[in-house]
Design a protein around this ligand. Structure first.
Ligand code: PLP
Length: 458
């Protein structure tokens, strides 16, 4: 049991907050890590201990942890119009500016933008629009949503149903009926001996097609996927995967939702993951780096086909009966717009294209480490997988908690990472420099060595 001083922030936290994605029993004993402040890619705990955050918080703090410029925009907007909504045809200029900007940079021709406050809500909106669309075009039986095992699309009831995370379904009675999950494209873990990336991709596309045929194509409404799987552990798709999967989606006239919540705004070295992998979605969910994580905002971007169907529904029903109080909140849209201006001025995409290969090579060097089976990434995201046997790819028993152990030693060495089982994903703030990447690699090296030593001593 860790000592927690009475009346400290830790003690008050334990007495008052339920934390997401946290073992609540353990939390009562260990208490929280208190983050006091941030600056650039670094955060500082309440003792002043410094950490490089190689996870950008939750993949979102693209510009780091403090911004005078964004603070000023929020302040000015709060003085001018601190709240208004978009209901019943009202609007405000910051929302219009942002919607126009998003349409101008969308990876495929798009028609309109719907605003929400989170990635979960962006996907929830997209899923509702799938059902609405098929109703409008006279195919109301086309309702099934296909996601992927290990995919993550958020925590609302529908977006977690679309996600393929059994641990997040357990005892919530989810997923809802009508949410299906196909194989996920982790070549290293799931290819059979002698199978090339292309053959593996063909097998996964065949498996998706078989699922659709088993369920009945007339009932399959949409496919939802992240260009690169973030919460699955930073999994980049094998060669030819996306062209084969998209051919199946098109063949059965399903809508395609690209969940760009973590890939959007530069992470993969292009503005969108859809550009990196040549995706042609009907809807795009975006959030996180949209406002550099500094305001809760998300945007669902839809194409003309979807919007035309929505118009038909308004002709029939008289109203688009969907919305959120804070959708298009002027402070969030003003800050997001300024964030996108900053990206343009800094040439953020160019920066990621320059430092991304440096990150891949700095982390890639750990492929030689006795613990590491795979290192693979794109742009400023990469994942490493720890294995018990490098030759056979055999995994550690989950009871050994190898990912958690690396994370513990990383923290002890001033490095924040994101572990998923025995994988560690890296997604540092997009402003990271080569010098800071060297520091990440140095601290990671110490964490891996300490874990290796601990495992051998067991
Ligand atoms: C791909 C993806 N989609 C959706 C979400 C959910 O976003 P939020 O936590 O803002 O609801 C996440 C969160 O990590 C994500 O990684």
């Amino acid at each position: 049991m860790t000592y927690v001083a009475p009346n400290s922030v830790q003690a008050r936290d334990i007495a008052s907050i339920v934390h997401p994605q946290t073992n609540l029993v353990q939390h009562l004993e260990l208490g929280p890590m208190v983050i006091g402040r941030g600056d650039g890619c670094r955060i500082y705990d309440d003792n002043g201990t410094e950490y490089i955050d190689a996870a950008a918080g939750l993949w979102c703090a693209s510009l780091g942890y403090a911004s005078e410029r964004l603070a000023r925009v929020a302040y000015e907007q709060m003085r001018k119009l601190g709240y208004y909504h978009l209901y019943r045809g009202t609007t405000n200029e910051p929302g219009v500016d942002l919607a126009e900007k998003l349409l101008s940079i969308a990876p495929v021709p798009m028609s309109k933008v719907l605003f929400q406050c989170s990635g979960s809500e962006a996907n929830d909106t997209a899923l509702k629009l799938v059902w609405y669309y098929h109703h409008a075009i006279g195919k109301p039986e086309k309702r099934k949503i296909i996601g992927r095992s290990m995919g993550y699309h958020g925590s609302t009831s529908a977006s977690i149903s679309a996600s393929g995370k059994p641990d997040m379904h357990a005892d919530f009675g989810l997923p809802f009926p009508g949410f299906l999950h196909t194989d996920y494209p982790h070549y290293y873990r799931h290819h059979v001996d002698g199978e090339s990336e292309e053959q593996f991709a063909t097998r996964l596309a065949d498996s998706l097609e078989q699922l659709i045929l088993r369920e009945g194509p007339e009932t399959c409404a949409a496919f939802i996927a992240e260009p690169v799987m973030g919460a699955g552990g930073g999994l980049t798709p094998p060669r030819t995967y996306w062209e084969k999967i998209q051919a199946v989606i098109r063949k059965y006239d399903m809508l395609f939702i690209a969940d760009e919540v973590i890939c959007g705004f530069g992470r993969t070295g292009n503005m969108w993951g859809s550009q990196t992998y040549d995706l042609k979605p009907d809807m795009i969910s975006s959030a996180k780096a949209l406002s550099a994580g500094m305001q809760p905002i998300s945007a669902t971007i839809i194409n003309q086909r979807v919007f035309d169907a929505m118009l038909d529904e308004s002709r029939k029903l008289g109203n688009f009966a969907h919305g959120y109080t804070y959708a298009g909140h002027p402070v969030t849209t003003a800050v997001a717009m300024e964030t996108l201006r900053i990206y343009d001025e800094m040439d953020m995409i160019g920066h990621v294209q320059r430092v991304g290969p440096y990150l891949q090579s700095a982390i890639g060097k750990f492929a030689d480490h006795p613990l590491v089976g795979e290192v693979r990434g794109v742009g400023l995201m990469t994942g490493i997988e720890m294995v018990a046997d490098k030759t056979t790819r055999a995994q550690f028993s989950p009871a050994r908690k190898v990912g958690a152990t690396v994370d513990k030693h990383a923290r002890a060495n001033g490095l924040i990472t994101r572990f998923v089982g025995d994988r560690i994903a890296f997604s540092p703030p997009l402003i990271i420099t080569e010098e800071e990447i060297d520091q990440v690699a140095e601290r990671l090296g110490k964490a891996l060595d300490a874990t290796w030593a601990e495992l051998r001593a067991q």
